[in-house]
Design a protein around this ligand. Structure first.
Ligand code: GLP
Length: 244
């Protein structure tokens, strides 16, 4: 779906999320949401905060699982996705902190595999993700599933692509400070969500969006795996769609 601009598109995505939350709350159930970081979802989170403040949208019945976190990364570090999520969403709404899940970048190497398995099991025990939102990196990564990721991959420790580290350099005050690894939900984890929305805004994303939507399905561009799903929607603005 192509919207004229990112704000209109972000509001539409926020409305989808709000509708899931309201439907689940009415039924007395929890909404289980897969969330993303990066610049892309910020306007969606802004709109959710507005809906909370102005239209009484409550997050009391919401459980969240974030896609990824840098490794190593202290949860309180400025560049951590934990801080990002608190800044851009969680500290502004009435979500119970116990219902927030973000991969732990401060674990010792030996503890990562167990943590990742438990992350998957927690999602499954809740009946799976109702919705997973995604941005897209210029390597075609979703979450931090870089080129080479397998379609059935689960939550795991991965190495970041050089292009991804270049793109993050600004946030870290230089590429040398960008962690070389991350913990990410897998392609298989993402695929299990009942609904998937990939968002992309701006001309900078146009070339990779074209590959993701129209390119050959390949591990070289992990977002192309989404072509195999019948429950995915690409929500983009005209600028990102300009090469399609
Ligand atoms: C990071 C995140 C991805 C995100 C991507 C694009 O690599 N791990 O989940 O989609 O960046 O970021 P942005 O939305 O800032 O363009």
């Amino acid at each position: 779906t192509v919207y004229a601009d990112k704000l209109t598109a972000s509001k539409a995505v926020a409305k989808r999320i709000a509708d899931i939350i309201k439907t689940k709350t009415t039924k007395g159930e929890m909404a289980v949401l897969g969330l993303a970081t990066g610049v892309t979802p910020i306007a969606v989170y802004d709109e959710l905060i507005r809906l909370h403040k102005e239209e009484h949208l409550s997050f009391k019945n919401v459980i969240t699982f974030n896609l990824d976190e840098y490794y190593p990364m202290d949860a309180t570090a400025a560049q951590s996705y934990n801080v990002f999520m608190n800044q851009h969403l969680f500290s502004h709404v009435d979500i119970d902190q116990h219902n927030v899940h973000i991969p732990d970048g401060s674990l010792g190497l030996d503890d990562i595999a167990g943590f990742c398995l438990a992350y998957e099991q927690k999602i499954s025990a809740l009946g799976g993700l109702d919705l997973q939102i995604l941005g897209i990196g210029r390597t075609g990564h979703i979450g931090f599933n870089e080129p080479g990721s397998a379609p059935n991959s689960g939550t795991r420790l991965v190495s970041l692509d050089e292009l991804t580290r270049n793109d993050a350099a600004h946030d870290f005050g230089g590429k040398a400070n960008v962690p070389s690894k991350a913990i990410t939900m897998g392609i298989g984890t993402i695929f299990k969500a009942r609904e998937i929305i990939l968002m992309a805004w701006g001309t900078k994303k146009a070339p990779i969006l074209k590959k993701a939507v129209e390119g050959e399905i390949s591990a070289e561009v992990p977002a192309t795996y989404l072509q195999l799903s019948d429950h995915v929607e690409f929500i983009v603005d005209e600028a990102a769609a300009s090469d399609l």
